[in-house]
Design a protein around this ligand. Structure first.
Ligand code: BG6
Length: 464
């Protein structure tokens, strides 16, 4: 038995998404989403001007990729359905080519012993819906609920583990606060409405799934960023960290798991006079439709201190009116991506989930290390020697192990990601995969050292 031994039925694998991997094939019937559109308008906003057409070509290579997943120890793998591939305008006609593709893809995974985990929304609003306001428009909630039900009906015989959203806070942050997603607004009122609608949409999808009785599970995937106060002994720092936690974590975690919005966040939003438009019945819907399981994406924590001059900008308020981000001296950084590495964060999240969220069934749905310029680590055999990634994953897994030993209901670990993939405006800047993709050689794949290592860990159910 290995020193860090995990249960025999632990989920080992990785995560990706449709828009980041599939690519767009001319004539396949896919409709435009906000990424296709934004790229045609402002290609210069994307790293090296590489857009969503140039993904890792999973659409044509998925059979080969499934074999590579086996060679890298996967017993499970997450991707997402592209809403605009399945229903090109977001509502209405279904693209039958997409139905065939996804059925074959998911079935191929299953037949090869890889459980397909399927997410419904990974930042990819169909353009036709965005033109009517996207998540700002209540009609999108109903369109999404219909899309979700369609997916369950079309693929529910093959797919038994579903997710309503990946990181729903990111479209809020990127699209309505910090300008890294279309439509690039800066407007807290809109941000709150968008987040609210995503929560309602998630509950509606959960309701639809449970009504169909398909004998599977449905959850949500949240990127949780533990908020650590600069000084634990300073009540103002502690208060500021709690507010950041409410904005960025509990705004989705509480409704998803507890069926209610966090009171402290509601109080702040009320005081700002920014409550969203609520339709009668919404709060009961949220209460009655919580998740069966929780996916936790963890990359880095937030370090928070109290604002030196607390001041809410009443004309254009922002979450940062309530706290300051703090760059802790001496914190360990990923030198290739610029994000903090704090392995214990993963343990703190799992412990919080155990203690304060009813120990809901959960798994690590993303964790990983982005590296810019990874080609420099290629050895004479053409393999990327990513020992830094092996260390990163191992160090995090040790904390996952500890949390499980102490009772956390964590049933798996997925790394971000399988094949190096296209990452929104960062395109191919930061590589994350177990498998490299050579864009100059028609997307040729080579397993990195970490992929071989991960296979061993999965086969051994752990490591020493
Ligand atoms: C995750 C997202 O949070 O971060 C992915 O779910 C994304 O979609 C990944 O690709 C990496 O981001 P970046 O900016 O380092 O390329």
């Amino acid at each position: 038995m290995k020193k860090y031994n995990f249960p025999n039925n632990f989920w080992w694998g990785s995560a990706a998404s449709g828009p980041q991997t599939e690519g767009r094939i001319a004539g396949d019937g896919k409709g435009e989403n906000i990424w296709d559109y934004w790229y045609t308008k402002e290609p210069e906003k994307f790293f090296n001007e590489v857009g969503p057409d140039k993904t890792s070509q999973v659409y044509t290579k998925y059979k080969e990729d499934i074999q590579l997943m086996k060679e890298t120890g996967h017993n499970s793998f997450r991707t997402s359905i592209q809403w605009s591939r399945l229903i090109p305008k977001g509502t209405g006609e279904i693209n039958q080519t997409a139905v065939t593709f996804y059925r074959e893809y998911f079935q191929g995974l299953r037949e090869n012993g890889i459980e397909p985990f399927v997410n419904l929304y990974h930042f990819d609003m169909p353009l036709a819906l965005q033109e009517k306001g996207g998540w700002l428009n209540r009609e999108t909630v109903d369109a999404y609920a219909n899309y979700a039900k369609t997916c369950f009906e079309l693929f529910g015989d093959i797919v038994k583990i579903w997710f309503t959203h990946n990181e729903p806070i990111v479209p809020v942050e990127g699209g309505y606060l910090y300008q890294f997603h279309f439509p690039n607004h800066i407007n807290l009122k809109e941000a709150i409405q968008v987040g609210y609608h995503e929560n309602i949409a998630s509950a509606k999808a959960i309701q639809a799934y449970h009504q169909l009785n398909q004998s599977g599970e449905i959850g949500i995937i949240l990127n949780l960023t533990p908020s650590y106060p600069k000084d634990n002994a300073n009540p103002e720092d502690v208060k500021a960290a709690k507010i950041a936690d409410a904005f960025f974590n509990r705004s989705f975690l509480d409704p998803a798991v507890k069926g209610e919005f966090p009171e402290d966040l509601v109080t702040i939003i009320k005081e700002l006079n920014l409550l969203p438009e609520i339709v009668p019945g919404d709060l009961t819907l949220i209460k009655d439709n919580t998740v069966d399981l929780l996916g936790i994406n963890y990359y880095q924590p937030r370090r928070i201190k109290a604002k030196e001059t607390p001041l809410v900008n009443v004309v254009s308020p922002m979450p940062e009116d309530f706290f300051d981000n703090y760059e802790m001296p001496g914190r360990k950084m990923n030198p290739y991506r610029g994000w903090e590495i704090y392995e214990k964060g993963i343990y703190d999240i799992l412990t919080n989930t155990r203690e304060n969220y009813g120990n809901i069934k959960c798994f690590i749905s993303e964790n990983g290390m982005g590296v810019e310029g990874e080609e420099r680590f290629v050895n004479e055999f053409g393999i990327i020697e990513d020992d830094y990634r092996i260390k990163f994953v191992k160090d995090h897994l040790k904390y996952v192990h500890q949390a499980i030993e102490e009772g956390a209901n964590c049933v798996g670990y997925h790394m971000w990601t399988c094949m190096d993939n296209w990452s929104w405006t960062n395109a191919y800047k930061n590589r994350y995969g177990f498998i490299s993709v050579d864009l100059d050689k028609e997307g040729a794949r080579t397993i990195k050292k970490s992929g071989h290592w991960f296979k061993q860990v999965a086969d051994d159910h752990g490591f020493d």
